[in-house]
Design a protein around this ligand. Structure first.
Ligand SMILES: NC(=O)c1ccc[n+]([C@@H]2O[C@H](COP(=O)([O-])OP(=O)(O)OC[C@H]3O[C@@H](n4cnc5c(N)ncnc54)[C@H](OP(=O)(O)O)[C@@H]3O)[C@@H](O)[C@H]2O)c1
Length: 247
């Protein structure tokens, strides 16, 4: 059994927690809620009892400076904390194609790309699991993009994936079933965020399909976030995933 810290207890953190739990690992979730703030190193008390760390923090912004500052601090401070704690395995989850030129005018994606650079250059023990958009993101987007009775759904062509399948890849990295340094994973089909959204029940708002602005918005519509053929396909099709639960 391995004792794993998941930093960030959002939807990714919860899914990884359950994948690791099923494999018999002990999991500790650390975030501001538990007094552990990755932007304040003084709150990050070393934990020599932990064997591995999964980084699953996030910030909701489109501003490059905010995203870069947060994601770089998260990775740098977790690296430092892991070193002080004697933790050698660090798995970071990022986004497929966040680093492509076409997406560089989107502050959030560019912030993720800056984070990846820090992860790869400053800690050679990092395992990078890059995933495409999760099926679960359609609901999350509806919840956080409300404007009055509407919810904005940015137009994008993606090759989305079930979050639990990504969490399983992370668990395989922790368990040493995967020994590589980086994985790009996606689901089986190219589709739009709109088609993932419109079938959801109890939407709580009227979804509006809106083109995201700027060159990155255009690039997203044209498929800049769709991975190349080397990405590994994991998990069920969207319709199979949808039929599995109360969506
Ligand atoms: N959405 C997708 O489809 C997708 C696809 C590929 C990769 N990703 C990546 O997956 C990561 C996690 O996304 P998510 O959807 O799980 O995010 P989320 O649900 O918003 O959760 C983020 C977590 O980060 C924690 N956090 C925020 N600020 C923190 C801080 N200063 N110190 C410590 N913890 C902090 C929050 O907990 P507290 O509030 O308690 O601090 C929260 O639990 C992101 O980096 C994202 O880029 C997302």
């Amino acid at each position: 059994m391995t004792k794993v810290a998941i930093v960030g207890g959002g939807i990714l953190g919860s899914s990884v927690e359950s994948a690791l739990g099923h494999r018999g690992h002990e999991v500790v979730v650390l975030s501001r809620r538990t007094g552990f703030d990755v932007t304040k190193p003084e709150t990050m008390t070393p934990r020599p009892d932990i064997d591995a760390v999964v980084e699953a923090t996030d910030v909701f912004t489109q501003k490059f400076d905010v995203a870069r500052k947060f994601f770089q601090a998260s990775t740098r401070n977790i690296n430092h904390w892991a070193q002080e704690s004697g933790i050698s395995k660090h798995v970071l989850i990022s986004i497929v194609n966040c680093e492509v030129d076409a997406m560089s005018s989107n502050g959030y994606y560019a912030g993720n790309a800056a984070q990846e650079k820090v992860a790869l250059e400053e800690n050679h023990g990092t395992v990078l699991v890059r995933s495409t958009l999760w099926y679960e993101f359609a609901r999350k987007n509806l919840n956080r993009m409300k404007v009055g009775p509407f919810a904005i759904v940015p137009q994008m062509k993606v090759k989305p994936v079930a979050l639990d399948a990504v969490a399983e890849v992370v668990a395989e990295c922790i368990d040493g079933e995967r020994q590589g340094k980086a994985y790009d994973v996606c689901g089986p089909e190219v589709m739009s965020l709109w088609s993932m959204t419109r079938v959801l029940r109890n939407k709580g708002a009227l979804p509006l399909s809106v083109p995201a602005p700027g060159p990155a918005g255009k690039a997203m519509r044209q498929g800049a976030l769709v991975p190349g053929p080397s990405a590994e396909t994991v998990g069920p099709r969207f319709d199979e995933w949808f039929a599995e639960g109360d969506r």
